[in-house]
Design a protein around this ligand. Structure first.
Ligand code: AKB
Length: 317
């Protein structure tokens, strides 16, 4: 039986992925860790405080609980990272080293490392970005994830570490709120549409970015981790995507369901970050190697988001 540790377990993806892993492996076999408690600590047990830079504490937890796999989600994202570049580099890279070393020393046997479309930059073809492209990221977050991908590839080829990774695009879900990212607008917009009927977007109307709905993100993650080892041909990180849209397009789709919804645009520094990323992604290698196939497009995701958020806010908008 696998014993799993999730770092960054109270973040946007961690909150939902931890639940899903507990359904699959049993609550007691999935230990959530983070530096903050999250919304419902009682519901999120077993939970342990862990600063990912505390290598000794990480080793203690792994050994005390007989951990076999780590989903390493703890990271500072693209927008927050720009406020404190060195801290971002330190957290995003040194946390990963501690975990890779646990696998190198044979203490754990599998790692999930999330990378991101932030590894792409101005040297990358922006439309249907292929798997293998020159990477010149414009943010510290993107730099740290690019280096992280290379270290994953290195630990796999030198020490046979089974580390697996996808480049997440913007992730949209109703269960948790993102913070510190450039794609956060695509979650905020649904909450604002229901609560206020209006949203001021921090990206420009025509900024197209690749996106993925949370259930697809979880499926991809688990599918990748469960794929037979011989199918994993990419040991840096797999391209992954389901849809691409602009703020203007998502606003139109919401307006079809909430006719009074209005949106205006006040692009800030995140606009430059978004403009350096891809518009759409070629994820055919993930589709070929481990049968990745998304199920949600923008229309279907919007129906599901609004249904779930209406139930949450108890509103008949
Ligand atoms: C961000 O916007 O920083 C993240 C990402 C695309 O990795 N959501």
């Amino acid at each position: 039986m696998e014993k799993i540790l999730v770092t960054g377990a109270t973040g946007q993806i961690g909150t939902v992925l931890t639940k899903r892993l507990r359904e699959k492996f049993g609550r007691e076999n999935v230990i959530a860790t983070d530096i903050k408690e999250g919304e419902d600590l009682r519901d999120n047990q077993p939970f342990l405080f862990l600063d990912i830079l505390n290598k000794i504490r990480l080793q203690e937890i792994v050994q005390d609980h007989g951990i076999t796999q780590i989903y390493h989600l703890a990271a500072i994202l693209s927008a927050s990272g720009e406020y404190n570049p060195k801290k971002t580099w330190n957290i995003n890279l040194n946390g990963l080293f501690s975990i890779l070393d646990l696998a190198k020393d044979g203490i754990i046997n599998k790692i999930f490392f999330p990378s991101t479309i932030a590894v792409f930059g101005n040297t990358t073809p922006r439309i249907q970005t292929p798997q293998n492209v020159p990477l010149l990221p414009q943010t510290v977050y993107g730099m740290s994830k690019t280096a992280g991908e290379l270290w994953c590839n290195y630990y796999n080829s030198k020490f046979d570490v089974d580390v697996r990774s996808v480049r997440y695009p913007g992730i949209i879900g109703h269960q948790s709120i993102p913070s510190g990212g450039t794609t956060d607008y695509a979650v905020e917009i649904y909450h604002a549409a229901l609560k206020d009927g209006h949203y001021t977007c921090f990206l420009a109307k025509d900024t197209r970015l690749p996106m993925l709905y949370m259930p697809d993100a979880l499926d991809a993650t688990i599918k990748l981790m469960e794929a037979p080892i011989e199918n994993i041909k990419v040991r840096s990180s797999y391209n992954l995507s389901a849809m691409s849209f602009t703020p203007g397009e998502i606003a139109e789709v919401i307006k079809k369901r909430i006719p009074n919804f209005t949106m205006n645009y006040k692009p800030d520094f995140r606009q430059d970050i978004a403009a350096s990323w891809s518009e759409s992604i070629d994820d055919s290698q993930a589709r070929n190697d481990w049968n990745w196939l998304p199920s949600f497009d923008l229309e279907k995701m919007t129906d599901d988001m609004l249904d779930n958020l209406r139930a949450k806010y108890n509103r008949n908008v």
